[in-house]
Design a protein around this ligand. Structure first.
Ligand SMILES: [Mg+2]
Length: 118
């Protein structure tokens, strides 16, 4: 069974995403981080298979975290969850190694579609 790490500095954003995720994934397989640095530490400790990653966060943002997370585990799937859906932002996260770029918020239907492709 795959493990999931949900990273966002907004607790509400994490809650919304986790609520959708829990419709499909057992709760004990879901970990939470509030910035990129915490995500790195949890990637080392819990070895998640999939990381949901916000871009704008304090301490370490998503852009900085992507290559560092991939460096720990090149096979990890990174789903960038952002309000910024400009092509430039998308191109940048894909170039850094993200698997998917999806727009906030992630409700049930969108989560189902994500889980089908990652
Ligand atoms: Mg944020």
């Amino acid at each position: 069974m795959r493990k999931f790490l949900v990273t966002d500095d907004s607790k509400l954003a994490r809650r919304t995403l986790i609520k959708s995720l829990k419709e499909y994934i057992l709760e004990e397989r879901i970990f939470e981080a509030s910035n990129g640095f915490e995500a790195l530490k949890l990637t080392l400790k819990e070895k998640p298979d999939v990381v949901f990653l916000d871009l704008t966060m304090p301490v370490m943002d998503g852009y900085e975290a992507i290559p560092k997370i991939k460096n720990i585990n090149p096979d990890i799937k990174i789903v960038v969850v952002s309000a910024d859906i400009q092509e430039k932002a998308k191109e940048k996260v894909y170039a850094l190694g993200a698997t998917l770029h999806v727009q906030k918020p992630i409700k049930s239907d969108k989560m189902k579609a994500i889980l089908e492709v990652i």
